[in-house]
Design a protein around this ligand. Structure first.
Ligand code: ADP
Ligand code: MG
Length: 230
C-alpha cells in the first residue's frame, strides 16, 4: 500500500465557526494504481489532495505514505517526504513565467541539492519524455496551454517520484490538449507511476482504472453499494 489514509477529518476555522470539510475519509491506494477522485466544486477535493500531498495536515486521522507515518513527521521531515515521493500537477500549471521550460523543470532538483550540470541534463531528459525536447528554451508565454501542462508534468516527474498527484490537470485545456495529457498520464502509469487525479469531468475520470467520489466531504467508491444509489 503506497497511500493509506484512515478516518481523516479536516475542519477549517472560519472566524468563530468551525467548518467541517472532510468527514471521516478513508482511502487506500496500491502502488501502480491509477485513481480518479471525482466530486462537485466545494466537495473537498483540493483539501484532500493537499493532505495526500503533505502540504497540509488533517484535524484528525492517520496517514501512511510509502510506509511512513506522515502525521508523526515534523514539518521538515514532511517536506522531505513530499520532495522524495510526490510530483504535483495543477489546473493552472504554476510555472514561473520568467524562467524557461528547462529552468522550470530543473527547480525541484535544486531543492534536492543536485548540481547545476546534472540538473540541466535531467531536466532536458524530462522534457524529452513529455515530447518537448525542442522547447527547452521557451518561456511559458511562448507555449500553448497543453505544452505548459506538459512542462509542469516534466517538472513533477523530474525527481522520479512514485506518485503523481494532479488537481484538475485538464481543467484549463481544450479537449484535444486534454487528451494528450491523458495519454501522457497513461504512459507514466504504464511505467509504474501511481496516479491520483482529481477531476469533475466524467470523461477524464473514465481514463483512470478506479474512480472514487467525494461528495460533501465524504468518499464513496464507484461500484460500491453507496455509489449505486446515487
Ligand atoms: P474542491 O476542490 O472540491 O472544490 P476545496 O477542498 O477547495 O473543494 O474546498 C472544500 C470546502 O472547504 C469549501 O467549502 C471551501 O470553502 C472550504 N475551504 C477550503 N479551504 C479553506 C480555508 N483555507 N479556510 C476555510 N475554508 C476553506
Ligand atoms: Mg479544487
Amino acid at each position: 500500500m503506497i497511500l493509506d489514509l484512515q478516518n481523516i477529518y479536516k475542519d477549517y476555522q472560519q472566524d468563530k465557526l468551525v467548518v467541517p470539510v472532510l468527514k471521516d475519509v478513508s482511502l487506500q491506494v496500491e502502488e501502480g494504481e491509477y485513481v480518479a477522485v471525482m466530486g462537485p466544486s466545494g466537495s473537498g477535493k483540493t483539501t484532500l489532495m493537499n493532505i495526500i500531498g503533505c502540504l497540509d495536515r488533517p484535524t484528525s486521522g492517520t496517514y501512511q505514505l510509502a510506509g511512513e507515518d506522515v502525521l508523526k513527521c515534523k514539518d521538515k521531515e514532511m517536506s522531505d517526504l513530499r520532495l522524495r515521493c510526490i510530483g504535483f500537477v495543477f489546473q493552472s500549471f504554476q510555472l514561473l513565467s520568467r524562467q524557461s521550460a528547462l529552468e522550470n523543470v530543473a527547480l525541484p532538483l535544486s531543492y534536492a541539492g543536485v548540481k547545476k550540470k546534472e540538473r540541466k541534463i535531467r531536466a532536458s531528459q524530462a522534457l524529452e519524455r513529455v515530447g518537448l525536447g525542442d522547447r527547452v528554451t521557451f518561456k511559458p508565454t511562448q507555449l500553448s496551454g497543453g505544452q505548459k501542462q506538459r512542462v509542469a508534468i516534466a517538472r513533477a516527474m523530474v525527481n522520479n517520484p512514485k506518485i503523481l498527484l494532479a488537481d484538475e490537470p485538464t481543467g484549463a485545456l481544450d479537449s484535444k490538449s486534454g487528451q494528450q495529457i491523458m495519454d501522457l498520464f497513461q504512459q507514466l502509469n504504464d511505467e509504474g507511476v501511481t496516479i491520483v487525479m482529481i477531476t469533475h469531468d466524467r470523461n477524464i475520470a473514465s481514463k483512470a482504472k478506479r474512480i472514487v467520489h467525494i461528495i460533501d466531504g465524504m468518499i464513496t467508491e464507484e461500484g460500491s453499494e453507496e455509489a449505486e444509489h446515487e
